[in-house]
Design a binder for this molecule. Sequence first.
Ligand code: IMP
Ligand code: MG
Length: 172
Amino acid sequence: MIELPAVKRIIYTEEELQRRIKELAGQISSDYCGRPLHLLAVLRGAIPFLADLAKYMTLDVTFDFLSVSRNTETNHVSLIKDLDAAIDGRDIILVEDIINEGETVSYLLQTLKLRSPKSLRICTLFDRPEAHKLPIAPDYVGFNLKEKFVVGYGLDYKQYFRNLPYIAELDL
Ligand code: IMP
Ligand code: MG
């Protein structure tokens, strides 16, 4: 059996997360007013965020999913699960859990741009601007994070803690 560290401190409560996600959904709904919007989520971390964000939107919304893996030695990002549907001519928002160095999002943007979407924006729940190694400017950001490592609400430690409804630091 795996021994998991304890939660040390709650950084954002469920209420704080939901309040901010409602604001983001409101902003996106007014920016895209009357246009159908196709949301792409990066598995697995962005799933709780996508579900709540979409729930609060007042647009005609569709979803699709993709998954990437990042080689920790070479930093090389590769697609391990592609989208099911084509995105050409569609308004797209890529929904991410967190942008750290920016490698993952930058790879995805490059890949998706080649498929000629009508528009392509990024919405991330968390961003660590000081950690960016690539010039990435997300269009919608929930919170800027100063903590080095957090779990919950999709974010994992060894695949665990994704189901917490809040964001926390672990006692590592
Ligand atoms: P980047 O390519 O360096 O921007 O890394 C982004 C990815 O690293 C995210 O999609 C997460 O999967 C993971 N990640 C970054 N920071 C954290 C964290 O604090 N907790 C859990 N996963 C994280
Ligand atoms: Mg991720």
